[in-house]
Ligand binder design. Sequence first.
Ligand SMILES: Cc1cc2nc3c(=O)[nH]c(=O)nc-3n(C[C@H](O)[C@H](O)[C@H](O)COP(=O)(O)OP(=O)(O)OC[C@H]3O[C@@H](n4cnc5c(N)ncnc54)[C@H](O)[C@@H]3O)c2cc1C
Length: 324
Amino acid sequence: MSGNIWIVAEQWRGKLSEITFESLALGREVADGLGVKLQAVLLGHDVQSLSTSLGMADSVICVDHTELADPGASAQASALAQLVRQQKPRAVIVPLTNVSLGTGTLLGEQVGAPVVNFCKDLRAVDGQLVADCVLYGGKIEATVTPRGDLTVIGLWPGSRPPDKGRSDRNPPVETQAVTFADQPSVKLRSYIEPDASDVDITQQDVLVAVGRGIQSQENVALAEELAASLGGAVCGSRPVIDQGWLPLSRQVGKSGLNVKPKLYLALGISGAPEHLEGMKDAPLIVAVNSDPDAPIFNIAHYGVVADAMDMIPTLKETVLALRG
Ligand SMILES: Cc1cc2nc3c(=O)[nH]c(=O)nc-3n(C[C@H](O)[C@H](O)[C@H](O)COP(=O)(O)OP(=O)(O)OC[C@H]3O[C@@H](n4cnc5c(N)ncnc54)[C@H](O)[C@@H]3O)c2cc1C
């Protein structure tokens, strides 16, 4: 049994995801705390060159297979299960992103290991793994001490700054082969690119973000006026997009876009982890929510407990007055 800590080095169309570096930073701390090695597992096709960016790990396990060319939980879990059975790590940290979602759960099922999902932090305490998890959209936090020789950890984005996981060191690479007896049960059929004709919310300095608390499509128009007064654009949480109040190109979060405007003004957004994933790095986050316990206030730099419908006209008039 190696007892090492593994992180799954997520790559998306030949580019390492930011969560890979976050996982490396976290995994490094945990491996050092347990006195074991940190290994990065790189799955894909023609991606071995990416291993040069994984120097925070002691070594890289690289698997090259055409079945791993596109993201797919069943192929990834099958490959990981074969490696886990051979090398017996102590923990496998799998990102909870759109690219890797489901991989950890399937892996746990295939190797008979407990899966601790929705982790925002992991540490070693007296030789044990201790995971902090968020449940119910961030409303409940749980601390879990998994038992057994192997645990699969599903890691939320944002556990560590990605820059902490970058290193110029060129790690040793071990190439491993896997086989796929069956066709994967889920396969990627095509990529749907975002509508390029709409405003690119990733390029805006100011975003006025509306959530379910905006209550109706008519109120989105009020938010548009506020955004225009600030020289920005409107974006939204997933329920707003699902209801057709804004196009998909305006969705922020796990299944939308990652944004980093100078100002992110969140109106009636609860702050579920899937939404925070897309905007948590904005340098100035202002949240307006009628619920003082809304999780968005945990990351907002300024928070206002108020009815967003009262705030929008007041804010717009104030901005216009200040701008003369
Ligand atoms: C796999 C997966 C992917 C997902 N991807 C995304 C994603 O990309 N982006 C995303 O946003 N979500 C995503 N979600 C959904 C996510 O879990 C949440 O359900 C969603 O973010 C909640 O949106 P919300 O905050 O607008 O709504 P709610 O959670 O319903 O919150 C509404 C908030 O408005 C407040 N409010 C109500 N009335 C007012 C008022 N008058 N004034 C001020 N505040 C008011 C309430 O207090 C509440 O906090 C995903 C979920 C899954 C499972």
